[in-house]
Design a binder for this molecule. Structure first.
Ligand SMILES: [Cu+2]
Length: 166
């Protein structure tokens, strides 16, 4: 009986995790891709915010505004580059974050003595959609096996009962 209860809990939990994550994935898929917009301030010698976090698949739109000198904005791995950003003239770059990882943002216009140290960071997290689908599938699979197992249980019990009768 204890095992049956355990299986029932597994079945319910599996169904719950499976359906909620599948639901989340479907809700997210309707908006297809997220557009992540950032307003970044460039100054001697850094960026604010310093770290930009997005999810894989997001469309990233970054507007860079210089606070003092002429700066640049360069993410090598994404081939995103905007040179000569003048104070008072914000420039916008955009790209699709298709690579997961941490990427360095460099200033690409020499702006002073500490120019080589003017850096920021772009973090592209793995897609929630992917994790959600994996969770959804495994949750439903666990629930399915728990259900199959549970259905086979009573037969054994009744068999035992029959044996006892004999
Ligand atoms: Cu600079």
């Amino acid at each position: 009986m204890k095992r049956r209860r355990l299986l029932l809990v597994t079945l319910v939990l599996g169904l719950l995790i499976g359906t909620t994550s599948t639901g989340l994935v479907m809700a997210q898929s309707t908006s297809d891709s997220y557009v992540k917009k950032f307003n970044v301030k460039a100054f001697r010698f850094g960026y604010s915010p310093e770290v930009l976090v997005v999810n894989q698949g997001d469309i990233v739109v970054i507007t860079v505004e210089s606070q003092d000198a002429v700066h640049g904005f360069y993410i090598e791995e994404y081939e995103v580059r905007q040179d000569s950003i003048l104070p008072g003239t914000p420039q916008t770059v955009s790209f699709v974050a298709d690579k997961v990882g941490m990427f360095r943002i460099h200033c690409s216009t020499i702006c002073g003595s500490l120019h080589p140290f003017m850096m920021g960071q772009l973090i592209v997290q793995p897609s929630i959609r992917f994790i959600g689908s994996a969770l959804g599938i495994s949750g439903l699979t666990v629930a399915f096996f728990a259900y199959v197992w549970m259905r086979s249980e009573p037969k054994e019990e009744s068999r035992k009962e029959e044996d006892n009768k004999k």
